[in-house]
Design a protein around this ligand. Structure first.
Ligand SMILES: Nc1ncnc2c1ncn2[C@@H]1O[C@H](COP(=O)(O)OP(=O)(O)OP(=O)(O)O)[C@@H](O)[C@H]1O
Ligand SMILES: [Mg+2]
Length: 217
């Protein structure tokens, strides 16, 4: 398998505070990787750099030229009064004028994420798991071949977590989508991810998830 991402000697400082340095790793096409590490070690910062929302202090990274990235960010606040339906919310990522093709793509993603039956429910009223799947459906609308999820399961109950993870596994197995999944939930990562990246003390380690030592955290 060829690589979808190569990171070389990446460093980030905010003012004079070093977050990380000399990060070096590769991700293979079709891999499922958990990005682990204590609070504040720079996981979200690393993702923001990969999404080109932040410029690193040093180093570089390269995605394979055919990469289409989908992204589910860490901080998501949906007010209970939020007026859009799940369907309209998922469509926010599409052009404002929705032709038949776009409508069909939205429908397909609502079905893929098991939201089609409740597409008219207001986002504000949806459960945590449903909201999370709607964010994922929104990201999938752009037909990504890699998705990055930042703590997508953090506020979900065990059943909703498993449902989301099974969906992610399905996307990986059936649609060959490469997955980078930021989480603090080591047992969940062991159940669903193949590899890990562990960010701590300004450095990163990579390995097979089955070999990840709980003692790290
Ligand atoms: N825009 C910013 N300006 C200054 N400092 C920042 C900025 N963004 C993040 N930081 C700092 O960088 C460090 C890493 O933050 P980051 O959010 O990347 O950590 P994290 O590993 O994602 O943590 P968590 O597990 O809590 O989500 C923290 O000390 C944070 O306060
Ligand atoms: Mg974070």
């Amino acid at each position: 398998m060829s690589d979808i991402l190569e990171v070389n000697n990446l460093a980030m400082k905010f003012d004079q505070e070093l977050i990380f340095e000399n990060l070096k790793f590769k991700l293979k096409q079709g891999s499922m990787t958990a990005l682990l590490g204590p609070n504040g070690t720079g996981k979200t910062t690393l993702i923001n750099i990969l999404m080109k929302m932040l410029v690193p202090t040093a180093g570089n990274f390269k995605f394979d030229s055919n990469t289409r990235l989908g992204y589910v960010p860490q901080f998501r606040n949906i007010n209970p009064e939020y007026p859009l339906s799940i369907e309209a919310f998922v469509g926010l990522n599409a052009p404002l004028i929705k032709n038949r093709k776009i409508k069909q793509a939205i429908k397909a993603q609502l079905k893929e994420t098991n939201l089609y039956q409740i597409r008219n429910t207001r986002m504000g009223e949806a459960s945590g798991g449903q909201k999370q799947r709607a964010y994922l459906a929104q990201a999938l609308l752009e037909n990504p071949n890699m998705i990055i999820l930042d703590e997508a399961t953090a506020s979900l109950d065990p059943l909703a977590k498993d449902e989301l993870m099974k969906l992610i596994r399905h996307l990986n197995q059936k649609h060959k989508i490469t997955v980078l999944f930021v989480t603090h939930d080591v047992p969940l990562a062991k159940k669903y991810m193949q590899d890990y990246l562990y960010l701590n003390h300004h450095k990163i380690e990579q390995g097979s998830m089955a070999q990840f030592e709980e003692a790290y955290d």
